[in-house]
Design a protein around this ligand. Structure first.
Ligand SMILES: [Zn+2]
Length: 277
């Protein structure tokens, strides 16, 4: 099984990016599967699947709840927090995660290509311990737009204060980079802005690294992709799936005036520098 793990900060456009990637790869985009397991959201079935159903009725995910031990879940939920990233995993945690991976390979087959978008670098520890064929795609978006997106309350999504957004951007991006380099993971960094400007070019670049060809029969216009055959992503932002036939990638760059954060904006400039923002 090959797994593309989309890492980076929240509000970086990973929902749309993963849909487009799975479309050109004919892959299984399972969305935020790990995260959903670890914070009980999927177990409770709050968030819909991209097919439009709740996981408890979706044909792909409805059986999942049966395998879950709530106590295991609580342990994993705590340990999947970012601040624990440099602590070793216990045997229980490793075994639990192993079960999740085995479940995926049973469901989709050993030769399948999976795309997962939980983003938190904390899951990289688990993936490393499960010895899966892993590529980390670090998706970054400029901190101004990411933080601004946190300020706006959206359906299904929480909002955060300016500093909450800064903290998320900083921790997620820096830890993903540091951890991937330390552990010598197969790592590729992609700017969301570049992806929006020329999706095909960016996706081909990622696939070329893995000697895979882009199947552009699904690209109907420069920025419109046909939805993949497998449409059961456990969504971070389900409102992105309102149109099921197509994925339209909006060019976010220069689309609107940059947000003016005043003097606080200097912080964003500062944390964005190493990522060339
Ligand atoms: Zn579904």
């Amino acid at each position: 099984m090959k797994l593309y793990y989309i890492a980076g900060a929240s509000r970086s456009g990973s929902t749309v990016f993963a849909q487009a990637l799975s479309s050109v790869l004919d892959a299984y985009n399972i969305g935020e599967y790990f995260l959903n397991y670890c914070n009980e959201k999927m177990y409770i079935g709050e968030l819909p699947c991209s097919c439009g159903s709740k996981p408890s009725v979706c044909p792909i995910w409805r059986e999942e709840g049966n395998h879950i031990d709530v106590n295991d879940l609580k342990v994993l939920s705590k340990k999947s927090r970012m601040r624990n990233i440099f602590f070793k995993l216990t045997k229980t945690e490793r075994d639990y995660f192993k079960k999740l991976i085995e479940n995926l390979s049973y469901k989709f087959g050993n030769e399948s290509i999976i795309i997962e978008t939980s983003k938190s670098p904390a899951f990289l520890r688990y993936l490393l311990s499960s010895k899966i064929n892993l590529t980390v795609i670090h998706l970054t978006r400029n901190p101004y737009d990411s933080v601004n997106s946190w300020l706006i309350k959206k359906k299904y999504l929480d909002s955060k204060s300016f500093w909450g957004g800064v903290h998320d951007w900083f921790m997620m991006n820096y830890l993903t980079f540091i951890y991937s380099k330390l552990k010598k993971l197969d790592y590729v960094r992609v700017k969301y802005e570049n992806f929006c400007e020329d999706p095909k070019e960016v996706l081909s670049y990622i696939l070329k690294r893995d000697c895979k060809d882009l199947k552009d029969k699904y690209i109907t216009k420069r920025n419109v992709f046909e939805s993949p055959h497998f449409n059961h992503a456990l969504a971070g932002n389900p409102s992105k799936f309102d149109s099921v036939e197509n994925i339209t990638i909006k060019n976010s760059r220069r689309q609107k005036k940059p947000v003016d954060f005043g003097i606080k904006g200097l912080f964003l400039k500062f944390i964005g520098l190493p990522f060339r923002y």
